[in-house]
Design a protein around this ligand. Structure first.
Ligand code: NAD
Length: 337
């Protein structure tokens, strides 16, 4: 069965392509290479022994999307990762984010609605919950006003898909990721941020390699056990496996609603200092860091209630924070060697 993975050469996409291939799916990747490189294809091949089909395509080009679907009519499902994802950049350049994250989604759905049946998996985010009142966060927690254009594109994206599914043969699953980290245990693929990393773990591993002088820990006066902010860090391989399970659920018509939503996290919150400790343990290195003031827009804590994903989707995260950190560190060392 042929599956389109948009943004399939990116961080989460490439790990999902590996899991899809491992499960016997035929994968076609489209990616415009705006935040990745072609070498990821080699990494995928080194793991699975199969090179996925790949097309360099910018999903903002409506004609290219139409043309792609004309040439690939047998596509049964789409996992849509392609998006711009830097929160700060989205504040500086909101229209770039609305164009990339919204137009591309609309063009894809316009093609999918022509099919008799189509399965669509969407990369959403726990940012839709903002600072939730109750921990752990369930899927029923209220959606809060987005704190950035990026976060808003995830909320609008969910609404566009829900409205479209109501009146078409599209069935969809919205996956709200908590904080994906780590890399494939083979270190053949991993997270490759361009420029200064926006996320904690690549910043830590780059600092561990001496590429950055020190890590700034934003805020040590949060109402948490050690004063630093708490997040739910999930191993990217666990996350990737959830996509395959979600896709099969739609293809096998096991979904109970036209659009279903699942949190993907471990269910455990870890503070920034705990993440640093996990790094120090797996690397045997002391991480230089300084405590600085809170960063605007950061929330205190977010971790998932995973009951729905566990019981309804039949998925549970397996890896510990230390295992995820060890894989991230292995990858960083390989990339810099
Ligand atoms: N990484 C996270 O922390 C996180 C958390 C929550 C949600 N998400 C969402 O998950 C998805 C994947 O995230 P990621 O971390 O793998 O990001 P990534 O940047 O590594 O991957 C996205 C891929 O999409 C490609 N792309 C971007 N715009 C495109 C376009 N117009 N046409 C074709 N390809 C395009 C990029 O080149 C990149 O390879 C995104 O939608 C992101 O918003 C990520």
């Amino acid at each position: 069965m042929k599956i389109l993975v948009t943004g399939g050469l990116g961080f989460i996409g490439s790990h999902t392509v590996v899991e899809l291939q491992n499960q016997g799916f035929e994968v076609v990747i489209v990616d415009d290479l705006s935040n990745t490189s072609l070498s990821v294809l080699d990494g995928i091949k080194n793991i699975t022994g199969k090179v996925p089909a790949f097309e360099k395509l910018d999903l903002r080009e409506k004609n290219s999307v139409q043309d792609f679907f004309k040439r690939n009519q047998e596509i049964a499902g789409v996992i849509h990762f392609a998006a711009s994802k830097a929160v700060g950049e989205s504040v500086e350049n909101p229209l770039l984010y609305y164009e990339n994250n919204i137009s591309a989604l609309v063009y894809l759905l316009q093609e999918l609605q022509k099919k008799e049946a189509a399965s669509f998996i969407f990369s959403s985010s726990c940012t839709v919950y903002g600072q939730a009142e109750k921990m752990p966060i369930t899927e029923n927690a209220p959606i809060q006003t987005a704190m950035s254009p990026y976060g808003n594109t995830k909320q609008i994206g969910e609404e566009i898909i829900t409205d479209t599914a109501k009146v078409t043969d599209i069935n969809a699953i919205l996956l709200r990721y908590f904080n994906p980290i780590g890399s494939h245990p083979s270190a053949e693929i991993g997270e490759l941020p361009l420029g200064v990393p926006q996320n904690l773990v690549p910043f830590i591993t780059q600092t561990g390699m001496g590429l950055r002088n020190e890590l700034s820990v934003y805020g040590d006066d949060y109402p948490t056990a050690d004063g630093t902010a708490v997040r739910d860090y999930i191993h990217v391989v666990d996350l990737a496996k959830a996509h395959v399970i979600a896709l099969k659920r739609l293809l096998d018509k096991k979904n109970l609603e036209k659009v279903e939503t699942f949190n993907l996290g471990t269910g455990t919150g870890s503070s920034v200092l705990e993440v640093i400790q996990a790094f120090e343990k797996v690397s045997g290195k002391k991480l230089p860091y300084k405590l600085v003031g809170r960063r605007e827009g950061d929330i205190t804590e977010a971790y998932a209630n995973t009951d729905k994903a566990n019981t309804v989707l039949g998925w549970k995260a397996q890896s510990t924070l230390e295992e995820a950190m060890a894989s991230a560190w292995k990858w960083e060392q390989k990339v810099r060697s």
